[in-house]
Design a protein. Structure first.
Length: 332
């Protein structure tokens, strides 16, 4: 029986070791015997299992990083086990130390190369900061100007949020789920930039002052190529949202996300470079066309909507059944 590390009791360690050696079997039903409704139910169940597995894998990756020693010559001032800038880490899968840059968490390239199309292991840095105006205040004013947000009012209630990671570390990608006074559930993906983005003036939501990062330019993610790429990649490759790390004075600590998202596709698909963006709003969704692909971001969410084609679904507190957040269509 495998030994379990940590401060657990002997009984807990024994139980965990027993479970590790006896993984639960995956239930697979004969598809040919299922009705259309049963197939749709099974699709939702599998997507929920994928979301939970992705979150568990990300937690294991972070745990491996915490269990792995730093190099013998860490950067002065970087504490042991930290994600401090300059600290070298080993991924726990093989001898491939990676370097943290711009204060971003180091991620093992071996893990990334094993599943290049997945966002599992991606980490978004979050700062404890004062924002003026708040994100909800900024969103409230902008939503009312959109066709899908008419009559939303200014009294929006935050429900949950999820993030994607920009591999270049320049753009923050965060999607907000907010509820209106009349009960509608709205989906508002945003991007945060440290400077104005040329050519995206029409998609500017506003600016806010961040007590750590300074002024941030906030854009509708549907008009930001970095975010559109992240959505397309997540949907068609079965990617997930980013894990969150809260930056502290001497490193960072993990923070649980309050919404789990997962794409229904499979690894191995390359969306390729974007061929411009054509963005259009309707009463319920935003459509983004780029080359042969069309991304449809659902704005007014319907928890009972059945998935069709490659989709991104999400779950959060009080919503255990996956909700369709976005989908991808191809012209080819």
């Amino acid at each position: 029986m495998q030994e379990v590390a940590g401060h657990a009791s002997p009984v807990e360690r024994a139980l965990a070791g027993w479970l590790v050696e006896r993984p639960a079997p995956f239930r697979r039903l004969p598809v040919g015997l299922l009705s259309r409704e049963q197939k749709a139910t099974e699709v939702q169940r599998v997507q929920a299992v994928k979301a939970m597995a992705a979150a568990y894998e990300a937690e294991l990756v972070l745990g491996l990083a915490d269990d792995s020693p730093d190099d013998l010559d860490p950067t002065p001032g970087a504490r042991r086990g930290s994600w401090a800038p300059g600290a070298r880490r080993r991924c726990g899968v093989g001898p491939c130390p990676v370097q943290c840059s711009r204060g971003r968490p180091a991620r093992c390239t071996r893990l990334r190369d094993r599943a290049p199309a997945s966002n599992v292991g991606a980490v978004a840095l979050v700062y404890r900061a004062e924002l003026s105006p708040s994100k909800l205040e900024l969103v409230s004013g902008w939503v009312a100007t959109r066709p899908w947000g008419r009559d939303a009012g200014s009294d929006l209630q935050r429900v949950a949020a999820y993030r994607f990671d920009d591999p270049d570390g320049e753009v923050g990608i965060e999607a907000h789920l907010v509820r209106t006074a009349d009960g509608r559930l709205l989906h508002v993906p945003l991007t945060y930039r440290g400077a104005p983005a040329p050519g995206q003036e029409a998609h500017l939501v506003g600016t806010l002052e961040h007590s750590v990062l300074g002024r941030r330019w906030v854009y509708d993610a549907c008009g930001d190529p970095v975010a559109v790429t992240a959505y397309l990649q997540a949907v068609v490759t079965g990617g997930t949202g980013a894990e969150e790390q809260v930056v502290t004075g001497d490193g960072s600590t993990p923070r649980a996300t309050d919404a789990a998202v997962v794409g229904s596709g499979a690894p191995g698909v390359d969306v390729g470079p974007l061929d411009g963006l054509s963005v259009g709003d309707s009463d319920a969704a935003t459509t983004v066309r780029t080359g042969p692909l069309t991304l449809v971001v659902h704005r007014v969410l319907e928890p009972t909507a059945a998935p069709g084609g490659p989709v991104l679904t999400g779950t959060w507190a009080g919503q255990s059944s996956p909700v369709v957040l976005a989908g991808v269509r191809s012209l080819s």
